[in-house]
Design a protein around this ligand. Structure first.
Ligand code: ATR
Length: 276
């Protein structure tokens, strides 16, 4: 049986084994996909042991995406642009590092939620690894501008400089944000701490929100936008499923259908709420 898995720490709550089991069943591929919790100080050693046991490919999540970037022998253009690896494929004794996060977000925004990004003004909140992973694919969708804003302003400035050859991208201090954005993407980890610093820019009924995080209920960012009049916000569950589908395609050469898997996963999340 082919062995795949997701590498992280912590990893117990990962939905990836469920997602990949559904993809494999739907595509008629026989594989085993497990969650592996690796020691934070021994990523390389423990991954080498898993490869020895026959691991053919892996998703990589927090906190190992940069370790995987350094570990890979070859990197795809997407991984180089993101500076991080969320998908590893082992073939011919080589480890190829890839990144499907940004294109997964694009698939969710455009294919599932039918958003048009061309000529739109997009605000991205946060300037960490998650932001770096999505900027390239977002810029390729030809927005009129991407503005980055971050609690630590210098990091936003640096990221805007890193990507400014690829489109109109700027940084703005959070308290100086002004005007209207068509789409506001929360790529901060503020939802984890359940606190959100108010945004001084305009928010109206047609402002669309997207949080890369997801949970059993709307995130604090989605609630903030709704309280301020935005009628539509999405969480990152769709991105999770889409980045997984792109990883699956990278390993198996088949792009699985995602809608049923997304709906099933949403039901699973809702059932957790009902249990509480
Ligand atoms: P990730 O890989 O998820 O992007 P990260 O690289 O640690 O994780 O980045 C976390 C991002 O969330 C950063 O932009 C961080 O802001 P700082 O650069 O100032 O640290 C942002 N962040 C975390 N908690 C936040 C909060 N409560 N409010 C606003 N931004 C927050």
């Amino acid at each position: 049986m082919q062995l795949y898995g997701v590498l992280g720490n912590p990893i117990a709550h990962s939905k990836s084994p469920m997602i990949h089991a559904m993809f494999a069943r739907n595509c008629g591929i026989d594989l085993e996909y497990k969650a592996f919790c690796l020691a934070k100080d021994n990523f390389e050693g423990e991954l080498a042991e898993l490869i020895h046991q026959g691991l053919l490919g892996a998703n990589v999540t927090v906190p190992f995406k940069e370790n995987a970037f350094r570990f890979a022998h070859e990197l795809t253009a997407e991984a180089i642009e993101a500076g991080a690896v969320n998908t590893l494929r082992f073939s011919d004794d080589k480890f190829i590092g890839h990144n499907t996060d940004g294109n997964g977000l694009l698939c969710d925004l455009v294919d599932r939620h039918h958003l048009v990004l061309a000529n739109k003004r997009i605000l991205v909140l946060g300037a960490g690894g998650a932001t770096k992973g999505i900027l390239g694919p977002l810029l390729r969708a030809n927005p009129s501008e991407i503005m980055i804003s971050n609690r630590t302003h210098e990091k936003a400035v640096r990221l805007a400089e890193d990507f400014n050859q690829k489109g109109n991208i700027n940084a703005c201090e959070w308290q100086n944000l002004s005007g209207r954005f068509d789409l506001i993407i929360n790529a901060t980890s503020s939802s984890l701490s359940n606190e959100f610093t108010p945004l001084p820019c305009e928010i109206d009924a047609s402002t669309i929100g997207y949080d890369l995080m997801y949970g059993t209920k709307p995130t604090i960012f989605m609630e903030y936008l709704a309280e301020n009049g935005a009628e539509k916000s999405f969480d990152g569950l769709g991105m999770l499923v889409e980045q997984a589908a792109l990883s699956f395609e990278f390993w198996h050469g088949i792009k699985p259908k995602t809608e049923m898997v997304y709906q099933d996963l949403r039901q699973v999340l809702l059932s957790y709420t009902a249990d509480c």
